[in-house]
Design a protein around this ligand. Structure first.
Ligand SMILES: [Zn+2]
Ligand SMILES: [Zn+2]
Length: 263
């Protein structure tokens, strides 16, 4: 997977940067890999809180470990504690924040070990989806994968890092979907969502490698029916993503209102 240019990776708490301003203005995006569709019983306002926090975390404006005070949310969004708690419960369910009995809500900060376990599980699943995909491949499914890569490539050139990470994950989910095993697809969807969050939180800045795109090469190997080579490249691709993580970065002081683009 190629990476967006470093200059477009906003450092934490740079809410005033052009990228952050763009992220704030952008209307609700297509369904995200880390953002499940609204569940029954959720109201527009707790959905808004959910999305504001998710966006801020994915664009590195809310670093891992940041405390999210319930009272502050009530004030910022002018809502009751019940509504805030509902949004926080959902964020916690999706592993975006941790709810701790005595500390309240904090942005998830997966440990090196947890991140590693998630990546190991993901590699195990994708080792199975790739051969299934080779077996099921047809011109139409190959075309769909290439279309997904094209959209991802556009996001890379736009320097839209959160969107690029999301689309990168969606390529893998599409591949599992086309592979045709719904159980593997369900597991992978959760794992990709958790990986995307870890990547958003901890990926080291780096230069883009857009003309050496691994997704492109994986699809070519699948199309050519080279199962073993496709599986090996997928495995290397996932190991490289994991190797680019720098877990355990320190947290500075955060202004919630600024970060959540309220006011
Ligand atoms: Zn990938
Ligand atoms: Zn390019």
């Amino acid at each position: 997977m190629a990476r967006p240019p470093a200059k477009n990776t906003p450092p934490a708490a740079s809410a005033a940067s052009p990228a952050a301003a763009r992220a704030r203005k952008r209307p609700a995006a297509a369904p995200s890999a880390v953002e499940p569709p609204a569940k029954r019983g959720t109201t527009a306002i707790d959905q808004r809180i959910y999305k504001a926090v998710l966006d801020a975390v994915m664009s590195q404006r809310l670093p891992p470990g940041t405390r999210l005070g319930e009272a502050e949310f009530c004030e910022l969004f002018q809502v009751s504690r019940t509504t805030v708690r509902k949004a926080l419960q959902r964020l916690s369910h999706d592993h975006i924040i941790d709810l701790r009995p005595n500390r309240g809500a904090v942005v998830a900060s997966p440990t090196t070990e947890e991140a590693h376990e998630i990546f190991v599980a993901r590699r195990a699943i994708e080792r199975e989806t790739v051969p299934l995909m080779v077996r099921n491949a047809n011109p139409k499914s190959i075309h769909r994968l290439r279309q997904a890569i094209e959209i991802e490539h556009q996001a890379l050139h736009e320097g839209d890092r959160p969107n690029f990470i999301r689309l990168g994950g969606e390529f893998h989910i599409l591949l599992a979907e086309l592979a045709g095993n719904r159980v593997l697809l369900r597991f992978l969807t959760e794992l990709v969502s958790r990986c995307s969050l870890i990547i958003a939180l901890y990926e080291m800045p780096g230069s883009p490698l857009c003309e050496d795109d691994e997704h492109q090469r994986i699809v070519s190997l699948i199309e050519a029916g080279h199962t073993d080579a496709a599986v090996a490249l997928m495995e290397r691709h996932l190991l490289e993503i994991e190797a680019r993580l720098r877990l355990g970065a320190p947290v500075g002081k955060i202004n919630l209102a600024e970060v959540l683009a309220i006011n």
